[in-house]
Design a protein around this ligand. Structure first.
Ligand code: DQA
Length: 155
């Protein structure tokens, strides 16, 4: 049985739906979770979905993911641009990691152009709105399939 995919969300994403809707849209985080769960089910995968405004809590979930997850989808929100500690935690994870942003940080203020998390990420999805979450689930499912077939070939 494949371990669940952890989907981790950083600060202020709990207010998705009402937070700067011209940038982040009107879908709530609960609706995003439902969408991810349904998409994961299509791939025969389960998810663990978390949001926190606390850097420490996010790091603890990444530590849990080292043994308990098959992959991580992470929208670190503002911690993307500030947190070497989240990067260090992700560097211990051996599974696929997708860095995800609802907006496109690269066509916004220059302080959003740098990401610590990118250094640990297998792939990067941004600028596609909350639909990026479903695409990230598809991406992890594909990466896991590839890893399984590589594993089979080498045995
Ligand atoms: C974000 C982009 C970040 O720059 C910002 O701080 C967020 C959300 C996004 O999903 O577009 O909080 O990660």
């Amino acid at each position: 049985m494949t371990k669940p995919v952890f989907i981790l969300n950083g600060p202020n994403l709990n207010l998705l739906g009402t937070r700067e809707p011209h940038i982040y849209g009107t879908t709530t985080l609960a609706e995003v979770e439902e969408m991810c769960r349904a998409r994961a089910k299509d791939h025969g995968l389960e998810i663990v979905f978390h949001q926190s405004n606390s850097e420490a809590e996010i790091i603890d979930w990444i530590h849990d993911a080292i043994n308990d997850a098959s992959g991580i989808i992470i929208n670190p929100a503002a911690f993307t641009h500030t947190s070497l500690a989240i990067l260090d935690a992700l560097n211990m994870v051996k599974h696929p990691i997708i860095e995800l942003h609802i907006s496109n940080p690269h066509n916004r203020e220059s302080f959003r152009h740098h990401s610590y998390v990118t250094f640990a990420a297998t792939g990067f999805i941004c600028g596609l709105g909350v639909n990026g979450y479903a695409l990230a689930v598809d991406a992890v499912a594909e990466l896991l399939k590839d890893l399984q077939s590589v594993g089979k070939k080498s045995t």
